[in-house]
Design a protein around this ligand. Structure first.
Ligand code: GDP
Length: 335
């Protein structure tokens, strides 16, 4: 075991007490790729499972500059005022270097981070898809066990990451700008279809009228989509993350959604499906990992991959050969 690791009991106890430092350390543990950490991490997730599930999980997406971090700061403070405890799994600005001019070196969500009833965790850079890491689900459960009742998962609108986040949250909120054009905002039809709510942000000052126009535009556009499985029609509202206008309405919509979905049974059905999807993804991950770690597989790959590259060897044949080698050795190891 490496330095700074606690025992299972210490992690569990700290988390259940709502200790933010232990919570942060436990997320580091589940994010760790060290083999010595993975047993402890999965035991911990299993141990805290009975204390999870009581929060509302909200995904927040939108292009860089739309105002995600400003929104989360203002919205988060509003929720604290309502007596909620808020955890944010956020995009790490250092993983967004290309957007340097937008994010700069400012500390995101500074005020919210300073509040003891809030917890902010940036995703580890390098391993994320628009801010969503392979371990975001685990981090969410740990936050719930620590008593946080609203979990905000931020992701940058880059396509794939929305699908990943949609698959792990209860409510999916899309932030948009008025007058920027759908293409400019990188918003694809599929992402709008995924949204349970759309907030036209920066509806303040001279931008108010344009925001109202955009609201009507998106409301009309959404009517062209087939209704979603749960019978919910995505709400479109305007708001300002600077003045706070519209953010209370946003929370009311989320609460209304939650109540409706709880009543219809969709809430639990959705979470049940998400758990099975998680299982499926994790099995695939473990298989892939075991496969690539197998020395004989590595050897064969190194020896013959070039023939696939040059077109002499069919990828199908080679893949099957590799699988055979993998299974032969995998069985030996486990017998
Ligand atoms: P992110 O990249 O989506 O996280 O966007 P930021 O929260 O960093 O916001 C980008 C810029 O837009 C910053 O300069 C914010 O101050 C500004 N901004 C964010 N929300 C609003 C808003 O509601 N109104 C106005 N006028 N500016 C905003």
């Amino acid at each position: 075991m490496i330095k700074n690791r606690k025992s299972l009991e210490e992690y569990k106890e700290g988390i259940l007490k709502g200790d933010r430092a232990v919570l942060a350390q436990s997320i580091t543990l589940v994010e760790s790729s060290l083999p010595s950490d993975s047993d402890l991490a999965s035991s911990l997730v299993q141990e805290i499972l009975p204390y999870t599930g009581k929060s509302i999980r909200i995904g927040i997406t939108g292009v860089p500059g739309v105002g995600k971090s400003t929104f989360i700061e203002t919205f988060g403070k509003l929720l604290l005022e309502k007596g909620k405890k808020v955890a944010v799994l956020a995009v790490d600005p250092s993983s967004q270097k290309t957007k340097g001019s937008i994010l700069g070196d400012k500390t995101r969500m500074e005020k919210l981070a300073a509040d003891r009833r809030a917890f902010i965790r940036p995703s580890p850079s390098g391993t994320t898809l628009g801010g969503v890491s392979a371990k975001t689900r685990e981090a969410m459960l740990l936050c719930e066990a620590a008593g946080f009742d609203v979990i905000l998962v931020e992701t940058v609108g880059v396509g794939q990451s929305e699908t990943a986040v949609k698959g792990m949250v209860d409510f999916f909120l899309l932030l948009m700008l008025a007058g920027a054009g759908d293409e400019l905002q990188g918003i694809k039809k599929g992402i709008m279809e995924m949204a349970d709510g759309i907030l036209i942000n920066k509806a303040d000052g001279e931008n108010i009228q344009a925001a109202k126009k955009a609201k009507n535009h998106y409301r009309n556009a959404l009517h062209l989509f087939p209704p979603s499985e749960n019978g919910w029609y995505p709400s479109v509202i305007t708001g300002s993350s600077i003045t706070g206008e519209g953010l209370d309405e946003c929370w009311q919509i989320i609460e209304k959604y939650q109540q409706k979905m709880l009543n219809s049974g969709f809430f639990e059905k959705n979470r049940a499906e998400q758990r099975l999807k998680w299982l499926d993804e994790y099995v695939q991950y473990l298989l892939g990992k075991a496969f690539h770690e197998e020395a004989k597989v590595q050897k064969l790959l190194a020896a013959e991959k070039e023939h696939v590259r040059t077109g002499k060897l069919s990828p199908l044949t080679f893949a099957r050969n590799l699988m055979n080698v993998f299974f032969e050795n995998f069985q030996v190891k486990n017998s």
